[in-house]
Write a new protein. Structure first.
Length: 287
């Protein structure tokens, strides 16, 4: 039964509030089998940044630029926390990511006038299965990312490679630096394809996730991008395989990646490399 729950809004959370929100997200992950917040939102919770944090006694929502995520503690659902958080955001145009294609989230979204818009797949492949040999185009070599040297070039190529992508194409130097400061960051797993003049043509940034819940350790194709003028020369496939070999050599048995269901070129590439759909995140839209 939906009740009215008071909402507090803040630009930044105190250390105790950060702990509370992350504990709430952990409780939801335990109950739902999927972590309810994206990496971007967790980084904003922990480090601050643009965006607004909304909280009820048992719910949390993050909102930035008309897009948000929300989660309610599993022991306090159907008590109006989700509705109150949405109410505090107001009747404006809004996008919400729901991680996992949960029927409860679907019912809540429909009840509040949202429709399904984008679907983001997580695909996986065993790294114990053999990888194809994909040669690099002539004159192209692969080297590791050099912190303090490669940042500007990477931000530029990333923006071009993801010009059509609503989130990835907007990453700034700060978005890169905040990730370089994370404990998981490993420049040896951040592969750059360069020409003979050392100009950046494309990259494959991998990220290793330790085992969590039911998930084994995962080596993620975190961001893979090729400068548009270098498309269709086999560079994406060669960079993918080079990164997957790096992950396999590091002892990982599973590779994962996220891709928009509608990104035909990327989905085709990943299917050819043996990836299959593992789960889906749904972007709901109202407005
Ligand atoms: C989806 C979620 C945020 C809903 O939060 P909540 O506080 O339980 O939602 P409310 O109590 O405000 O529910 C409002 C209405 O939505 C609908 N609804 C919510 N959860 C539902 C469910 N599991 N099954 C069917 N209908 C549901 C109902 O119509 C409900 O009204 P009612 O209880 O009077 O029937 C919560 O289940 C959650 O945290 N899920 C995991 C994170 C997630 O998926 N977030 C993205 C949401 S789009």
């Amino acid at each position: 039964m939906t009740e009215v729950q008071p909402v507090r809004a803040a630009d930044r959370l105190s250390a105790a509030e950060i702990d509370d929100v992350l504990a709430l997200a952990d409780a939801a992950a335990q109950a739902d089998g999927v972590y309810p917040l994206s990496e971007d939102v967790v980084l904003c919770i922990r480090n601050g940044g643009a965006g607004v944090h909304l909280r009820t006694s048992a719910g949390y929502a993050f909102l930035e630029d008309g897009a948000g995520e929300l989660v309610v503690h599993p022991a306090h659902r159907r008590q109006g926390h989700g509705t109150a958080l949405l109410g505090a955001i107001g009747p404006t145009e809004l996008r919400i990511w729901a991680h996992g294609d949960d029927p409860g989230a679907r019912a809540f979204a429909e009840h509040n006038g949202f429709t399904r818009d984008r679907v983001l797949w997580q695909m996986r492949r065993s790294l114990l299965d053999p990888l194809p040999d994909v040669p690099l185009p002539a004159g192209v070599t692969i080297r590791g990312f050099r912190p303090g040297f490669d940042e500007q070039g990477w931000v530029e190529v990333n923006a071009k490679a993801f010009a059509q992508h609503p989130e990835q194409g907007r990453w700034t130097l700060d978005d890169l630096l905040v990730r370089e400061a994370e404990p998981w960051f490993d420049p040896a797993g951040f592969l750059l394809a360069v020409d003979i003049a050392d100009s950046l043509l494309g990259f494959h940034w991998t990220k290793v996730h330790p085992p969590a819940g039911l998930d084994p350790a995962l080596g993620e194709i975190y961001v893979l991008g090729v400068e548009p003028s270098g498309h269709q020369r086999g560079l994406g496939a060669a960079l993918s395989v080079a990164g997957l070999r790096h992950l396999a050599a590091a002892g990982l048995e599973w590779a994962s990646l996220y891709v928009d269901e509608s990104n035909e070129a990327a989905v085709k590439l990943y299917r050819r490399l043996g990836f299959e759909v593992h789960s889906a995140d749904i972007n709901y839209h109202r407005g």
